[in-house]
Design a binder for this molecule. Sequence first.
Ligand SMILES: CC(C)(COP(=O)(O)OP(=O)(O)OC[C@H]1O[C@@H](n2cnc3c(N)ncnc32)[C@H](O)[C@@H]1OP(=O)(O)O)[C@@H](O)C(=O)NCCC(=O)NCCS
Length: 193
Amino acid sequence: MGRVADPDGWADEVVLRDGRRCEVRPITADDASALTAFHARLSAKSIYFRFFAPYPVLTADDVERFTVVDYRDRFAVVVIANDLLVGVARYERMAQTEAEIAFLIEDTYQGAGLGTILLERLAVAASDSGISRLVAEVMPSNTRMIAVFEHAGFTSHQATGDAFLTFEAGVDPLLAMLRSLLSHPGSIEERHE
Ligand SMILES: CC(C)(COP(=O)(O)OP(=O)(O)OC[C@H]1O[C@@H](n2cnc3c(N)ncnc32)[C@H](O)[C@@H]1OP(=O)(O)O)[C@@H](O)C(=O)NCCC(=O)NCCS
């Protein structure tokens, strides 16, 4: 198999906890209009959990920044279902061996296991790119994101004065944990190379 951080050569078919099927693959510049449409369908709450501010319409600059990635320092995977983009997860390298991760899943696809599946894809791509630590900033009221990170073994802290929690995990222990979490039926079903 090629590097997970490569744009070509892989797409996973995943089966969600409720039986729905989706495809997970690296983002490309061709996803720009689908990403804009996805963003417009999201609830204000989902947008707030992701961006910590109201943000109903993506700017053209942001669409380009989000979809044109180098697959090494900036990487993202998208979820496609019924020809619609219904989720995106990304990392951005912040230091030589550390990257920040973020997730955004369409409201009707939340709570079905995608968060953990996308976390695994990010962790493998990060490992391929020499990143050994992942961090994320999360609103304390974002119980779903917190549950995903806690189940995967992340540690968290809240710096004095910060409105958000910071979650951190080493990539190697994270991958070991995710392999065991996702080894049950109903996670990644098939990998096309
Ligand atoms: C936060 C978010 C990415 C989580 O993804 P998700 O696909 O909804 O999450 P999952 O289905 O994988 O996990 C969440 C649920 O599964 C449970 N869960 C997760 N991992 C589990 C595990 N290993 N074992 C048992 N339960 C688990 C959680 O308790 C939670 O339960 P709930 O459905 O009753 O809420 C998604 O909800 C989202 O995009 N939200 C809006 C944007 C956002 O919050 N972004 C985060 C900014 S970093």
